[in-house]
Write a protein that binds this ligand. Structure first.
Ligand SMILES: O=C(O)c1cccc(C(=O)CC[C@H]2O[C@@H](n3cnc4c(=O)[nH]cnc43)[C@H](O)[C@@H]2O)c1
Length: 230
């Protein structure tokens, strides 16, 4: 059984693919295209944002299940914003928790998550032993990875997120969507973010995308034996 790695964009997918030297095969499945590596992973550029990422991940999971070869693990991977000073640019974060940070309602008393309104869920927890193994193999910092639909662009929003989520180390835009799709099919999920920028005032010119993609490749080189053994 294989592992499905879901990134947002093809540049991130290809950074992960570079960790698996050897031929790759392109597979077209209904609603989604996959890259099958020589190793243990199938890779999907699932799209930007939680909704598109959930749709692509669900399509890949369903196709594999109908094929009789379901995935045994889903990993959401990519570049991300890091909360300062705990997750500096260039560092790597592994999810102890994957949390939707802006799924809820704004009220006069502030933000209320959907769970407090009586709906759904806002957090998925990866298997603790897998988090431990991933941290040991890669040297990543373990913490909460937030999923947002809007990239944080002010110090005030960064501070608000940290107030609500003191364990947050990073934010991305896909993790919770990928996790919802995985958990719906009873497949465990993990998120890995290579920090390309600080969460805070928007400064796109300061994003270190190339370096973060190189860190992502290195991370998957180190993670490969963990994924194989899982
Ligand atoms: O410009 C490029 O070359 C490039 C290459 C690879 C990826 C990108 C992206 O912009 C990917 C979008 C992706 O990045 C995540 N991300 C990165 N920083 C943050 C952040 O501070 N807050 C939230 N998300 C962030 C996110 O998951 C996007 O899908 C560009």
């Amino acid at each position: 059984m294989r592992v499905l790695v879901a990134t947002a964009v093809p540049a991130e997918r290809d950074a992960v693919a570079r960790a698996f030297p050897g031929p790759v095969e392109r597979l077209d499945r209904p609603g989604v295209g996959l890259v099958r590596t020589d190793g243990v992973c199938d890779l999907v550029a699932a799209g930007v944002g939680p909704a598109r990422a959930a749709a692509s991940t669900a399509a890949a999971l369903t196709a594999a299940a109908l094929d009789g070869s379901p995935y045994r693990l889903v990993v959401c991977a990519g570049i991300g914003g890091g909360f300062q000073p705990e997750a500096p640019v260039g560092s790597l974060v592994v999810s102890r928790a994957i949390t939707a940070a802006d799924l809820g309602a704004e009220t006069g008393d502030g933000f209320v998550p959907v769970t407090e309104l009586g709906f759904g869920r806002v957090t998925h927890l990866p298997p603790r032993s897998l988090v431990r193994e991933a941290v040991r193999a890669t040297g990543a910092r373990p913490g909460t990875v937030l999923t947002v639909s809007t990239v944080t662009g002010t110090a005030a929003r960064a501070a608000g997120l940290r107030d609500r989520h003191p364990d947050a180390l990073a934010e991305g835009m896909e993790g919770f969507g990928v996790a919802e799709a995985a958990v719906a099919q009873h497949v465990p999920v993990l998120e890995i973010r290579s920090v390309s920028n600080a969460v805070g005032p928007r400064d796109r010119a300061a994003w270190r995308v190339g370096e973060a993609l190189a860190t992502l490749t290195e991370a998957f080189e180190k993670l490969a034996p963990v994924l194989r053994a899982w």
